[in-house]
Design a protein around this ligand. Structure first.
Ligand SMILES: [Zn+2]
Length: 309
């Protein structure tokens, strides 16, 4: 009997593990013993021993486990502490966790949880007064070159950003989609200001994509197919100015593309409510809004794919 219970328990655990399998898990198996010691078991490399202590080249530092961009070289500074130091991280890329002893605060990759190092505030070393003290071995450096320069951005507002992010992230050639706010008058708006309609922002996603793999037009077509561009007061059950349909354009070329697509939709009998607006500053939403459906499971409640082109 005990054996049966144990077998059942092991089967349940195995199936839970299978369900929670993340794409970067195979990368963990490829790490060296020392990389595992730092990234997984929260170890620390010796001061001045890491390969990125003194690097000054332009580029991006990504997580060694899941390859998510975490730090920009423009935020790196020489703290003389012996570990790569940054006074800022890419928005929502890093999660802070207080150490059990209450003395220090650990920093981990917000996407996969890999250990990066610790964060120190109030040391007065830079204007931002923050030091992300990161193990070199936790990072991968990607030098800026023609490849990284060929990354482009696009901005779409189509109701609740969770659903727009969910669908656009599935397109091949899309590197990252961030939920956020655009089009308002206030700097750094918070979610609860936006939903009270105090700021004038629209829930908007920023799409970072590789134009060699996917065109702006393909992204825009998908945008028009995953939401209802004819709804004038919001999207689905979400009613209000923050949920309006809009495309924020950065160039006359993008404007022309959107106009062309709207013309096609209108010639097919749709009365399109989507506004074409000039791009304004984009503010990433709070981390609990990012990758909502990937983290929580389920599928969007107010977006679905409808073939329109
Ligand atoms: Zn990671």
């Amino acid at each position: 009997m005990i054996q049966l219970i144990l077998t059942l328990l092991i089967m349940t655990l195995t199936s839970v593990q299978a369900q929670n399998f993340k794409p970067w898990q195979t990368n963990i198996e490829k790490l060296s013993a020392f990389e595992k010691h730092v990234l997984i078991n929260k170890g620390t490399e010796q001061a001045f021993s890491g390969e990125y202590v003194h690097t000054k080249e332009n580029g991006i530092y990504t997580c060694k486990v899941c390859d998510t961009p975490l730090y920009k070289s423009s935020d790196k500074f020489d703290s003389h502490c012996g570990w790569p130091s940054f006074d800022d991280a890419i928005p929502n890329a890093i999660k802070e966790i207080p150490d059990k002893d209450g003395k220090r605060t650990e920093i981990v990759c917000a996407n996969c949880g890999a250990h990066m190092g610790h964060i120190f505030k109030g040391e007065g070393l830079t204007k931002k007064n923050i030091r992300h003290c990161v193990n070199s071995v936790s990072l991968k450096f990607k030098k800026e070159n023609n490849d990284t320069k060929k990354i482009a951005k696009a901005y779409f507002a189509g109701g609740c950003f969770w659903g727009v992010e969910y669908y656009l992230e599935q397109i091949k050639g899309v590197i990252e989609v961030t939920s956020g706010y655009m089009g308002g008058k206030v700097k750094n708006p918070a979610y609860y200001d936006v939903i009270r309609k105090n700021t004038g922002h629209l829930e908007t996603v920023e799409v970072i994509y590789d134009p060699r793999q996917v065109s702006y037009e393909t992204l825009a077509k998908t945008f028009f197919e995953i939401h209802d561009p004819t709804q004038i007061d919001g999207q689905g059950p979400d009613i209000g100015s923050q949920y309006l349909s809009a495309v924020f354009v950065k160039s006359p070329k993008e404007r022309k593309t959107i106009k062309k697509l709207i013309n096609i939709l209108e010639s097919n009998g749709l009365k399109v409510a989507t506004k074409i607006l000039d791009k304004t500053p984009f503010y990433a939403a709070e981390s609990y809004h990012q990758d909502h459906y990937t983290r929580k499971g389920g599928t969007p409640y107010c977006h679905r794919r409808v073939k329109r082109f």
